[in-house]
Design a protein around this ligand. Structure first.
Ligand code: KG4
Ligand code: ZN
Length: 350
């Protein structure tokens, strides 16, 4: 590749990453400088079309990604006021996620890398969610503990160093966000359920219904949410059979409290056991207002510094992939053109 052309105000030391994310229903591209500064963050959401079907339809997601990806990347470069000549690395989510959706981003990133010679760095989606915390908290550095709660994942992770992770606990069945989405559908709030339950719960009584707080016997930090979801469904059925009207806000608030109680308890136990004083929330459910305030209260009691990203960096975005990609790139990680989408990629695998 030819010598890098410099933009105004850019130093030769600057490292610019173009990041691409297409693992689920957001087509996103971003330019990130030196791993911490977001120069552009373009997200094309498919939520309207998937709402018609009550959830993400993988085939539609792939097709929409193909339609949008080029313009999203062009816009990300334009808003950052850079061209591909300024870019040092291309970071792309290669797993976990929907295989057809991931493939669109991976193929695009490989094509740009092949045409320009810009090195390619494959990024783990969950690593991206954790790294979203570095964007607005410039002082945050590992080690710390992170709770990643999204539509597809619930992971309690020890972040030992940049790119070095140890999974302390994970869900045995449904992800936290998935439970929010399923319960929202059952109580008639529709898709996507998380934000709707969050909103309606503000008018509800979280003590109204006693839902179970599941523990996993052989996994101190593991989670299980399918029993809670069944308990909500059973409750709704028995109320209907008894001819009683469902108090939607109360059910939502009680369900939300059951989820947050377990998330808080396991996170605090892990922080105690490992002796960490820093804790970072990540993923779509990290936007949840009840979860944030419960974590805040618990962390204050223990003198633990709590971090979480703004909502735009909690849900899927490419800026977080650019941050994670930067730290992999400066460690010397390069993916090459054999990079493939890995729908069930595990954190720590390469
Ligand atoms: O991280 P994300 O955008 O995508 C995945 O990687 O899965 O997370 C989406 C999930 C959905 O299940 C959505 O309902 C949930 O995050 N979510 C919320 C809130 N905002 C989004 N859950 C609870 N409260 C919220 N405010
Ligand atoms: Zn995600």
């Amino acid at each position: 590749m030819e010598a890098k052309e410099l933009r105004d105000g850019q130093s030769t030391e600057d490292i610019l990453v173009l990041a691409i994310e297409s693992s689920c229903d957001e087509t996103a591209a971003s330019v990130v400088r030196n791993g911490r500064e977001v120069m552009s963050n373009i997200i094309s959401s498919q939520i309207d079309i998937h709402t018609l079907y009550g959830g993400v339809v993988p085939e539609i997601a792939s097709r929409k990604h193909i339609e949008k990806i080029n313009q999203v990347i062009e816009q990300a470069l334009k808003e950052a006021k850079v061209s591909l000549d300024n870019i040092d690395a291309i970071a792309v989510t290669y797993g976990p996620g929907l295989v057809g959706a991931l493939l669109v981003g991976v193929a695009e990133a490989k094509a740009i890398s092949f045409a320009t010679g810009i090195p390619l760095v494959g990024v783990h989606h969950i690593e991206g969610h954790i790294c979203a915390n570095y964007i607005e908290h410039k002082e945050l550095e590992p080690p710390f503990v992170s709770l990643v709660v999204s539509g597809g994942h619930t992971h309690l992770v020890k972040v030992a160093d940049y790119g070095v992770y140890e999974i302390l606990g994970r869900t045995r069945d449904d992800a936290a966000g998935e439970a929010f989405d399923k319960v929202a559908r059952a109580i008639g709030l529709g898709y996507p359920g998380g934000p709707k339950i969050d909103k309606v719960s503000k008018e509800g009584n979280a003590e109204a219904v006693e839902f179970p707080r599941a523990r996993v016997r052989d996994g101190e930090y593991d989670f299980s949410f399918s029993g809670l979801k069944s308990a909500v469904l059973n409750y709704l059925n028995s109320e209907k059979m008894a001819g009683r009207e469902i108090a939607v806000a109360d059910v939502a608030a009680s369900f939300q409290k059951a989820v947050t109680d377990v998330l808080v308890e396991h996170s605090m136990n892990a922080l105690d056991a490992y002796g960490f004083k820093k804790f970072a929330l990540a993923g779509g459910v990290a936007s949840n207002s009840a979860l944030r305030s419960a974590m805040k209260e618990a962390c204050e009691k223990k003198g633990i510094e709590l971090y979480y990203p703004s909502p735009v960096f909690c849900t899927d975005n490419a800026a977080m992939i650019g941050v994670a990609g930067y730290y992999e790139y400066i460690k010397g990680v390069r993916s090459g053109l054999t990079l493939n989408a890995v729908p069930n990629l595990r954190l720590g695998d390469r």
